[in-house]
Each structure stands twice: as structure tokens, then as C-alpha cells.
Design a protein around this ligand. Structure first.
Ligand code: PLP
Length: 373
């Protein structure tokens, strides 16, 4: 049975060149970058070259890139240190953020009694920037945390505009860019966001590694303590093979961005055309969504919701309902809950997310799978 993987917002298959790079390092370059002998120095050099390469892709400086174990860790670190060390007394976020941000904001509210405000979300999935400005008119030391591309619907935040608004109101701006890094150009000299985060497994790199971009002199302090790795900002022996794999994956992503993004966008358009033919009455959740993501409400009966993903899975087709963390549970997605009417929320929505490894045949198989339900 052909496997059809259309769940690339959840994670992506590794790029073959990334596997080669990582295998070489695991086999030959196993030194500890803190060791002074040649194996250690070699590992250190791989680490620093990777940092430079990543920084170059997003027009940052190498010193502004701190490696972490994942996107979740990077989000937690930035938000926690902003409250604990930068004395932020209010976080402004939205209810459509990933739980790595939402649950962190709530934990910080409970621990530090900070204020957490939520920017309104429009029915089309956009964050209401007029409301953001209104919230910011209350003068308080604030961190705004709003994601770039939503992982469930693909709705896009205007990073430049929000950076500008935050700047004007003297608020710090953190953006979870896990879904957009490697998939669209980000120029950190041009976009004055203070903090962004990335996770390698979303752009055909390995799981278990990510990074935080922390703008120069931001003043963050570490979450935990140990050695001098990452200038003491994130102690722990560096996972060289992971970091180098991430760097390779990002380099390839940006090298092929134009052709791959156009190809993926054409797959998305094809899927929309097929849906129009096969399931008139379907609706796209969100407006002007990112080119690799399609969240659709299907005109199926409520009774079919629970079996939908199971049936597709039996046919070797992987898609997702809402975010991956919730697949398998029948709770409605917290993101769709902010956007859809109560009636529409009861209907089945699926998230189809593409990569350049997909083909039109994958979409045909998905449609056949859906028709057979
Ligand atoms: N933020 C967003 C928007 C995501 O989509 C994800 C992954 O699902 C994360 C954060 C968490 O990243 P990681 O899996 O690296 O912890």
C-alpha cells in the first residue's frame, strides 16, 4: 500500500542530504566541543559553522542564535526569562497560539501573577491588530507573543507590521516562527522582532533540535545552569549531529525555496480544485493561508467525525485534525474554536499539509479515501 504523508505541519521527513551529513558526523565527528584536543576542536568548528550558516539564512549574527532541544524549549525560555529577568508584567498573546506559548503564558500568570491579555481573533483567523494597539495603549512592561504562521490553519501574521506596532509602544515582541522558518524568507535586519524560534523537524531536519534568535543585548538569562555551552545561556553538551543536520536542512530549504514553494502552492491549488469537484459545500478554515497548509471543513455528518482519520489511516493516508498533539482526542481544536461558529465546529475539519515530497497522486488518493467514507 502506498503511504501518503500529508501531515507536514506536524513533522517532515528528513532530507536525504541531511541524513548523510548527520551520519558522517555521528560516525566521525564525535568529539565534545568543549574538549581542547583535535576531535573536540573539530566538533566545535562544526557547531560554530552551523551557527554562522543558520544566522546567514535569516540575516542575523551568529551570536544571536542559541541552540535548544526544540521549539517548545525556545518558546518557554524566552517567555519565562522575559518575565523573570526582564521584568515583564504583562504578556499579550492570542488564543490561537501553539500550546508551547499558551500554556507557558498561563504557567507564568500563575507563578508570577502577571497580566495575560488575549488579542481578538477574527473569524477568518487573522489576529485583530486594531485590538492589539488598543491593548498596548495601557502602559506596562509588555511582551507580545504572536505566532507567524498558525500551525493548524496556516493564517499569517504580518511580522513587519506587528514588530513596528510593538516598537512604537515599547513592547518586546516574540514570534513563534516554527511553521515559517525555512518556508519563507525572514530578514531580521529588516524586521525588528526581538525573539523568534525554530524547530528543525518542521523543515526536513531532525527532531530534538531547534534554536532561538535572541536579539543582541536583549538580556535573557538561562533557564537552567551548568557549563559554559552556548555562552552559559543554554548549558549542556551540544548535540553536534543535530545542530549540523538542522543547519543543512535550513540551507537546503532556502536554496530551493522558490521552486519548492511554487510547487507546493500548485499542489494546494490542485487539492482545492479537487475538493470543489468532489465535495461541493466544503469550506476552507482561514483566509489567505500559508502555501503549504489547507484546513478544510468537510460536508460530512457529525457521526463520521470520529472515524474519519481512522479510515484514512487504514488506507495509509496521514492527515491531521487540528494540531498533532490533539489528534486522536475528540476535543475540538482550540484554534478552530476561536474562529468557527458552534455549528461548524461540530463538523469535521481536517488539516492537510504539504511538502515538496508530495505529488498530485497523493492528493488523488486522499480524495478517493475521503469519498469512500
Ligand atoms: N510552535 C508551533 C507553531 C508548532 O507547530 C510546534 C510543533 O508542533 C511547536 C511550536 C513545538 O515545536 P517542537 O516540536 O520543536 O517542540
Amino acid at each position: 500500500m502506498k503511504k501518503v504523508y500529508l501531515d507536514n505541519a506536524s513533522t517532515t521527513p528528513l532530507h536525504p542530504e541531511v541524513i548523510l551529513e548527520m551520519t558522517k558526523i555521528l560516525t566521525e565527528d564525535y568529539g565534545n566541543p568543549s574538549s581542547t584536543h583535535s576531535l573536540g576542536r573539530n566538533a566545535k568548528s562544526i557547531l560554530e559553522l552551523s551557527r554562522k550558516s543558520i544566522a546567514k539564512q535569516i540575516n542575523a549574527t551568529a551570536a544571536e542564535i542559541i541552540f535548544t532541544s526544540c521549539g517548545t524549549e525556545a518558546n518557554n525560555w524566552i517567555m519565562r526569562s522575559a518575565v523573570k529577568d526582564l521584568k515583564v508584567t504583562r504578556i499579550i498573546t492570542s488564543k490561537i497560539e501553539h500550546h508551547a506559548v499558551l500554556h507557558t503564558a498561563i504557567a507564568l500568570q500563575n507563578e508570577y501573577a502577571i497580566q495575560v491579555d488575549y488579542v481578538k481573533v477574527k473569524p477568518n483567523g487573522e489576529v485583530d491588530l486594531t485590538h492589539l494597539v488598543e491593548l498596548l495603549s495601557e502602559e506596562k512592561k509588555t511582551l507580545v507573543s504572536l505566532m507567524h504562521v498558525n500551525n493548524e490553519t496556516g493564517t499569517i501574521l504580518d511580522l513587519d507590521r506587528v514588530s513596528q506596532i510593538c516598537h512604537e509602544h515599547h513592547a518586546l515582541f516574540h514570534s513563534d516562527t516554527v511553521q515559517s522558518i525555512g518556508k519563507t524568507k525572514i530578514d531580521l535586519q529588516h524586521t525588528p522582532v526581538d525573539f523568534i524560534v525554530a524547530s528543525a523537524h518542521k523543515f526536513h531536519g531532525p527532531k530534538g533540535v531547534g534554536f532561538a534568535f535572541v536579539r543582541k543585548n536583549a538580556g535573557l538569562q538561562p533557564l537552567f545552569f551548568g557549563g559554559e555551552q552556548e555562552k552559559g545561556q543554554r548549558p549542556g553538551t551540544e548535540a553536534i549531529h543535530q545542530v549540523a543536520g538542522m543547519s543543512k536542512a535550513l540551507e537546503l530549504s532556502y536554496q530551493n525555496l522558490e521552486t519548492e514553494s511554487q510547487y507546493i502552492a500548485s499542489l494546494k491549488n490542485y487539492a482545492i480544485e479537487r475538493l470543489k469537484t468532489d465535495f461541493p459545500g466544503f469550506k476552507i478554515n482561514g483566509e489567505n493561508t500559508f502555501y503549504n497548509l489547507l484546513n478544510v471543513l468537510l460536508p460530512f455528518e457529525e457521526s463520521k467525525i470520529s472515524m474519519l482519520l481512522f479510515h484514512l489511516d487504514m488506507k495509509g493516508i496521514a492527515v491531521s485534525r487540528g494540531s498533532a498533539c490533539q489528534s486522536g482526542s475528540i476535543r475540538p481544536s482550540h484554534v478552530l474554536a476561536e474562529m468557527l461558529s458552534t455549528e461548524d465546529l461540530k463538523k469535521p475539519s481536517i488539516r492537510i499539509s504539504f511538502s515538496h515530497f508530495n505529488t498530485k497522486e497523493d492528493i488523488d488518493l486522499l480524495m478517493e479515501g475521503l469519498k469512500s467514507i
